[in-house]
Ligand binder design. Sequence first.
Ligand code: UD1
Length: 431
Amino acid sequence: MDKFVVRGGNPLLGTIKVSGAKNSALPCMAAAILTEDELILENIPQVRDIETERKLLESMGGEVQLGYGRAQHRTHIRCAVLSDPVAKYEIVKTMRASSLVLGPLIARTGMARVAMPGGCAIGGRPIDLHLKALEAMGATITQDHGYLEARSPNNGASPLKAAHIVFDKITVTGTEDILMAAVLAEGETVLENCAREPEVTDLAALLLAMGAKIEGAGTSTVRVQGVTRLHGARHRINPDRIEAGTFLLAGAISGGDLIVDGCDPAHLGSLLSKLQECGVRLDVGTDHIRVRSDGQLKPADISTEEYPGFPTDMQAQFMALVTQADGTSVVTENIFENRFMHVQELNRMGANITVQGRTATIRGGAKLQSAAVMCSDLRASASLVLAALVAEGETILDRVYHIDRGYERIEEKLRGVGAQIRRMGDVFGKR
Ligand code: UD1
């Protein structure tokens, strides 16, 4: 299992490039299910979740060519025939976002069989809102042997029917999944209380290019006029706002002078205002942000919200930042329960963080020290990398496969701007 070895203390200097957004790329790849024609997606990040989605589409009969390097992250996907519209457990168990194939599969083939990842459906991250919306559109859903089986009306022979759906709660992939179901449904579907994340807007832009009729994507009410057929299209994926935000924080925590290039500052509003509150200097261009810090940080409180509020996917990294602030910060997590797995590891590095319910209190000014730490999930891992950049000594991060799910070659990118970070095969074994 790979590990990162990070020696802290270097300010990050220079330019770091942002990749395409994993969370846009995943639904856009799933949209290939909706047409027999070819989709060409550009700026697909080279991360493990994308590899998983490729396997998923191929296992259903799709053809996927991921082209990196000179091919500029261009991906060709063609689902001419979906011989096996099943999302198998072996593939689904590693990636929750595989529920994104549910809506498009029923819309295209009239049926879908999707494995439920262990415990997730009922436990921490349910997909009940996806299912409720599909049922409102006439789908019949049954559960058997760990799989969900869904069929459109007339035992899969008729298309889904338009419906008026009000999501009980704002859900990002739920909005995307049902949007993809609605584009081929019969009649006009109205979706209310939709997620407004840029990733939803990105998917809608692709669907429009494929011939869908959608109004209001990016707002809380989306109207979809169903069509009978979608065609192929070429689409460029948005830059990854979470990767960009992570690099901004890396520049700030290391006391560096960093240009985060190829991002969309319009997607980063809530984070940028918090960074300013922390006393970080920002110069915002059209597609880049320069971040400068002398390492003197002020505390700031955050409360995670749906977009355009402060993203839950930046909460862990922000917490690492304010361990270095001169004062106390309060972080409230409103989107997911139990998203404080990084706290224990940050405390093992010398941070002073206490958690009560959904709130963490961070007493800043801690002198972080290196330690052997364990990555528990994607963003928690990113927060440990940030902490390691300022910790005294050599931090060893175990289980970096979590970070590889969503960050493209993060160690190479950070090394390019002066961080001392390297990937090791099995450092503990060699000692
Ligand atoms: C997406 C992102 C993830 C991000 C999250 C919130 C992708 C691939 N992942 O995840 O990185 O952290 O948005 O911004 O885009 N919920 C239900 N029932 C449902 C669906 C969701 O109760 O059917 C709840 C969840 O438990 C959670 C909240 O709604 O408390 C928001 O979840 P959701 O927006 O669906 O997250 P994801 O789309 O899974």
